[in-house]
Design a binder for this molecule. Structure first.
Ligand code: FAD
Length: 503
């Protein structure tokens, strides 16, 4: 059989968020004339699709698809997100904000955080929020898109979205089908592999229809029908560090305009999310089943809603970790089939997007060069592992010792990669971005500081600047940040007047 030449066909198994994201992006970039794209999904099985929060890189995914952002927000009943408010994470009664965008600006080679730590140690710095336009706007319930160029804090606004996952999948489906993706309804009952390389030749639906393709994308959810069940890719379990394995989710009525941020509130054995949409609020309690019963989780969630529950609570079980290989032979796994980490920093959709971007970067021919596969797996592993470390930081660096759950997490041994970052931060307050990892210096600083880690010293670079100059600089940043935030419209007005939503 001739295995040279470009791909002629792609089959996507699964029509959840991951499947339709892949279908929309691949059809947009590759077209469907030369490469036929088919998506199989089973309505009977359904999707996970709980309320979704995202992070700023989703803007580049929307741009790749050529989406009109206003239309996207209207169609998904979305709202804007400037960051995440963490309540009770360091200790009950404490809160901090993890903003998008940046804190202030660097002074040439001297990073913002170097100046801030030095001033803080001299008793002259304000809390971090004072230097972030996203934190200031979120506190005032305001939102606007960044104004490009110039030195104004308004040019540093970073944002993402909250949206209704079901509406999002439907919206992407419309785009994908308009671009020529063919949808097949049915349950995959059999996966046929070829000799001698074990590549997938076809999937067979319960009704007997056979779908053959050169490349298969496994978006079948937690089960990993192709990557796991058919191809045997193992699962690296991270529950020793991230023990949460269940969530109960329930939508509730809005009791005010949507806030431009996600809220995460620490609870006895996990944490509760609050994701505001135009028409309702998504809520969920993510917890460790070894520490809390489902009934207790449901009762806690229902007792902590701001508006009336709009449905029965839904129970979701998951396992934290990643596939040992994301790409095996002619199959690439995306979404829950590739692994899962709790939505504490809203990273699942980003991982789907990152997988799609890398797949396009390493688009195979029918010869499937193994070096591409190895590179893809290496890069995706790094992507998963930095997110893992960032999540662990939230649970580990805490003063909470009110339950066995928190006592265990705060005293556990963390991955060496994270331990090293913590050591460096404690010594000098220095933070860094490894290679082109997802989380920015702003993110690491917000959570290191918010979770109570204290730097003993400061980056020696800060001492290259007179203390008074650094103080003047940071005072000006705080001043213009506060003024700029006051000029922003309210989030509700922005949605109704500029987007035409919320009606
Ligand atoms: P699914 O939604 O499970 O879809 C699987 C698809 O495969 C379905 O269409 C199903 O019909 C199909 N399928 C399965 N088996 C077969 C078969 N045999 N034959 C045919 N079709 C089949 N992500 C974020 O980015 N932000 C968040 O705030 C967020 N919150 C979350 C909260 C929780 C509690 C959970 C569990 C997840 C959350 N996520 C979040 C993750 C997000 O929901 C998923 O990453 C995303 O929905 C992608 O899911 P998926 O498409 O991979 O799988």
């Amino acid at each position: 059989m001739n295995r040279d030449g470009p791909l002629r066909s792609i089959a996507i198994v699964g029509g959840g968020t991951a499947g339709w994201m892949a279908a929309a992006a691949l059809s947009r970039v590759l077209g469907t004339q030369r490469i036929a794209i088919t998506l199989v999904e089973s309505e009977e099985i359904g999707t996970i699709g709980v309320g979704e929060a995202t992070i700023p890189p989703i803007q580049s995914f929307n741009a790749l698809l050529g989406l009109d952002e206003d239309e996207f927000v209207r169609e998904t009943m979305g709202s804007f997100k400037l960051g995440i408010e963490f309540v009770d994470w360091l200790r009950p009664g404490h809160r901090y904000f993890h903003p998008f965008g940046t804190y202030g600006v660097d002074a040439g080679a001297v990073p913002f955080e170097a100046m801030w730590h030095r001033l803080r140690q001299a008793g002259q710095a304000q809390p971090l929020d004072a230097y972030s336009i996203c934190a200031a706007a979120a506190a005032g319930g305001r939102f606007m898109r960044p104004v490009p160029g110039g030195n104004s804090p308004l040019s540093h606004i970073g944002y993402a979205f909250h949206f209704d996952a079901g509406l999002y999948a439907r919206y992407l489906r419309r785009h994908a089908e308009a671009a020529g993706v063919v949808r097949r309804e049915g349950r995959v009952g059999q996966v046929i592999r070829r000799e001698p390389d074990g590549f997938i030749e076809a999937v067979v639906l319960a009704g007997g229809e056979r779908i053959a393709a050169d490349l298969f994308i496994d978006c079948s959810g937690f089960r990993g029908l192709l990557i796991g069940e058919a191809l045997g890719a193992g699962f690296e379990d991270w529950s020793a560090w991230l023990p949460n394995d269940r969530a109960v989710a329930v939508p509730s009525a809005n009791n005010g305009p949507p806030t431009p941020f996600t809220r995460s509130t620490a609870r006895a054995a996990g944490w509760q999310w609050r994701i505001p949409l135009q028409h309702r609020t998504g809520n969920g309690y993510v917890y460790a089943s070894g520490d809390l019963s489902d009934d207790e989780a449901i009762a806690t969630l229902l007792a902590n809603l701001e508006g009336e529950a709009l449905a029965e609570p839904r129970l979701l079980r998951f396992r934290t970790g990643r596939r040992e290989a994301f790409w095996v032979g002619n199959c690439v796994a995306l979404g829950l089939a590739s692994g899962f980490m709790e939505p504490l920093e809203s990273t699942s959709i980003h991982l789907v997007q990152a997988g799609i971007a890398r797949l396009l970067e390493m688009l195979p021919t029918r010869a499937f060069e193994p070096a591409d596969t190895r590179r893809y797996n290496r890069l995706m592993t790094a992507e998963f592992e930095t997110i893992r470390d960032f999540l662990i930081l939230h649970f580990h660096a805490t003063e909470r010792d009110d339950t066995a759950y928190w006592r265990r997490l705060r005293t556990m041994a963390v991955p060496e990669t994270l331990a090293e970052r913590i050591r460096i931060y404690r010594a000098t307050g220095r933070i860094f971005r490894e290679a082109d990892e997802l989380f920015t210096r702003t993110s690491w600083l917000a959570v290191m500081d918010g979770q109570g880690l204290c730097a003993r010293g400061h980056d020696p670079l800060a001492a290259t600047m007179p203390l008074a100059d650094a103080a003047g600089r940071l005072d000006r940043i705080a001043h213009v940040t506060a003024l700029a935030a006051q000029r922003m419209p309210s989030h509700a007005d922005f949605i109704s007047q500029r987007i035409g939503g919320g009606r």
